[in-house]
Design a protein around this ligand. Structure first.
Ligand code: GAL
Length: 653
């Protein structure tokens, strides 16, 4: 192990505008003493930077950056476009977003804008240009964060007249003629035909459900608006701030724009990790599970997003905001168990994060987030998280961080599929994220490290096992990649069940040629959670498919009512429903065996991450875990007996 921490670093989110200027130098000094390398600032400061139109007040920011620089700290400068100031909103009130129920998203918090508003886009271009001209070549500024958490607070979709006009333009570019649009959407149904693209409505406030194809295009349009909005800033920053990285901070379980597409325009992907807030706020698990992991967070949720956002990056990714203590925004906001801030940090780094940055330096005594902890209390005294960060600094120097490599197992993650099943769940539990997460969790229980790959992936070589659950429609690339791949593949449920125009494919799902998979889904049913369908290895819950399996296939086993449950043809296996944990574990175990992969049986709270020659073991559980049976090699950090919140690192020979 080398004492070389060059490629792993810690950062912090800091709001100099919240504190008297006299405190800035001391803050910067304490950050340096803590070993912080990156400080993210400025992302909500528009009203301080431009209190009235064209009245630019940048000197304070310059002084703050200089002070940080004097301590050797590097700055990630945020563009302030998530918080347009009051004067700007008053100048053009139609920039405000509108909810699906027609409510205006008023000024007074944040993210109160529509991505498609051209006037607002110009104002963003203006403030970003001014900032980039002033600070773009400052030696402390090493990176820019665009905006803040696109899509957070449900703000990707907006239903204002401005959005309607932009949507019609988008449709005109896509379809060229109204006939093509009517045909693609199937508008003969219910007399929904339009005579002109300029007659198309927004898909909200309809009497009953709107056409799924219409909604899908609206979702695609909205996603494109986020990408365009971001790109405008990226272009300016590249021009005036050469050589600096551009980063955006994604959020947990936000799916309504295509993060792969956005990640393409960035140098670094990042995300904001709030394990306890997420467990309370966005987990599908039972109350019993939530209470078990209330002070640790779900053992798979953070890792899931580390792996997902690594996949959206070109290789470099960060955690931009790491929970340091209790937050303020979930239904309950407990304190992390002692050791968890360290564990979360090391877990991110083990999954390949280059930097973990804590939100925030000091707790604010005022406004919306006054109950949100920081590394310092609001009185400036070190909070509990501060001391865990000191430990992380030491750990970073002990561990010899390996270069990133492919995992053996990959899951296809596709944002359009998430939109599709939200638009047409067919059974209320059918949620794409939940389906993928179920697969992810069981694979991790079996001890695997996992990569996510997009549905645009052309080449699967390098993987031993690829999983494709719930894919809305095949892309030509992925279909081709499947044909060429000789590893094991698990497909279904519901994969290939639509065309890109949101219709049932002519040859029925899963819409693959018979030489690849000689199987047709002839009927689907969604199931009440108390009406599962049994198989000898576990149950289908929420969803099952009746399939006709052709002569090229082998039915591995059937449901208790005699319908194929798992069907195999060469290296492709099709799963005919939404499996419970037992069924999924048995199916994945079988496939792993066929792929020549070694599986383990980990307890709920223990997870592994393999990285080069190192295996990290994380204990989210509430009792000691003895890792000696896992035969992971020489212990380099921690011990083979891993206490609750403990992290151990092993090196194989
Ligand atoms: C994030 C956001 C931060 C802060 C934080 C509180 O979603 O980016 O600005 O609000 O949550 O946990």
């Amino acid at each position: 192990m080398l004492s070389d921490d060059q490629d792993r670093a810690l950062g912090v989110c800091y709001y100099p505008e919240h504190w008297p200027e006299e405190t800035w130098s001391q803050d910067a000094r304490r950050m340096r003493e803590l070993g912080i390398r990156f400080v993210r600032i400025g992302e909500f400061a528009w009203s301080k930077l431009e209190p009235a139109r064209a009245d630019y007040q940048f000197d304070w920011l310059n002084r703050a950056i200089d002070i940080l620089h004097a301590q050797g700290l590097s700055v990630v400068l945020g563009t302030p476009t998530a918080t347009p100031p009051k004067w700007l909103v008053d100048e053009m009130p139609d920039m405000l977003g509108v909810d699906a129920d027609g409510q205006i998203r008023k000024f007074g918090s944040r993210r109160h804008y529509s991505f498609s508003h051209t006037g607002y886009r110009s104002q963003c271009q203006r403030i970003v240009s001014e900032l980039a001209k002033r600070f773009g070549t400052h030696p402390a500024v090493v990176a820019w964060q665009t905006d803040n958490e696109y899509g957070c607070h449900n703000t990707t979709l907006s239903f204002s007249p401005v959005d309607l006009a932009a949507f019609r333009n988008w449709l005109a570019r896509k379809y060229q003629s109204v006939d093509a649009l009517n045909k693609a959407w199937g508008n003969t149904f219910w007399s929904m035909e339009y005579g002109d693209i300029d007659e198309v409505e927004l898909p909200n406030l309809t009497v009953t459900e709107a056409n799924p194809a219409h909604r899908m295009d609206y979702q695609r349009f909205a996603s494109d608006m986020v990408i365009e909005f971001n790109r405008l800033q990226v272009e300016i920053l590249r021009k005036y701030s050469p050589g600096r990285d551009i980063v955006h901070n994604f959020m947990g379980r936000i799916l309504d724009f295509d993060h792969f597409a956005l990640g393409n325009d960035l140098d670094i992907s990042s995300w904001d990790s709030y394990p306890l807030g997420f467990l309370e706020d966005r987990s599908d698990n039972s109350d019993e599970w939530k209470s078990r992991f209330a002070r640790t967070g779900d053992p798979d949720f953070q890792a899931f997003h580390h792996d997902l956002y690594r996949a959206t990056s070109k290789g470099r990714w960060w955690v931009m905001e790491q929970q340091p203590g209790p937050v303020n925004w979930a239904p309950h906001n407990p304190a992390p168990r002692s050791g968890m801030v360290r564990l979360w940090s090391l877990e991110a780094l083990a999954h390949g994060a280059q930097t973990v940055s804590y939100f925030r330096w000091r707790q604010a005594p005022f406004a919306q987030e006054q109950m949100h902890s920081g590394l310092l209390r609001s009185d400036g005294v070190e909070a509990e998280g501060f001391h865990e960060v000191e430990k992380v600094q030491k750990d970073i120097r002990i561990i010899k961080w390996p270069a990133q490599a492919l995992s053996q197992v990959a899951i296809v993650f596709d944002y359009t599929s998430s939109w599709a099943w939200e638009i047409q769940p067919q059974g209320k539990e059918f949620d794409y994220f939940r389906l993928i997460f179920d697969h992810y969790r069981i694979l991790r229980k079996l001890g695997f490290s996992i990569d996510f790959i997009s549905s645009q992936t052309r080449d699967l070589s390098g993987y031993k096992l690829v999983i494709v659950p719930g894919l809305f429609a095949w892309t030509p690339q992925l279909r081709q990649a499947l044909v060429q791949f000789d590893g094991e593949i698990l497909i279904g449920p519901r994969s290939g069940s639509k065309t890109v125009n949101f219709s049932i494919p002519d040859q029925l799902p899963p819409d693959l040629p018979t030489e690849i998979l000689d199987l047709k889904v002839s009927r689907v049913e969604s199931l009440r959670s108390d009406c599962p369908v049994k198989t000898r290895h576990g149950k289908f819950r929420f969803w099952r498919e009746h399939v006709i399996a052709g002569p090229e296939t082998k039915v591995e086993f059937a449901t208790s009512d005699g319908s194929p449950a798992l069907v195999r043809q060469n290296n492709i296996t099709y799963l005919c429903g939404w499996p419970d944990g037992h069924l999924l574990q048995s199916a994945l175990n079988g496939l792993a065996e066929a792929a020549g992969l070694k599986t383990r049986r980990l307890p709920d709270g223990v997870r592994l991450r393999r990285s080069g020659d190192l295996t990290f073991v994380f204990n989210y559980g509430d009792c000691d875990f003895d890792a000696s049976g896992l035969e992971l090699g020489e212990c380099r950090l921690g011990g083979t007996q891993i206490p609750p919140s403990g992290v151990s690192v092993f090196e194989s020979g």
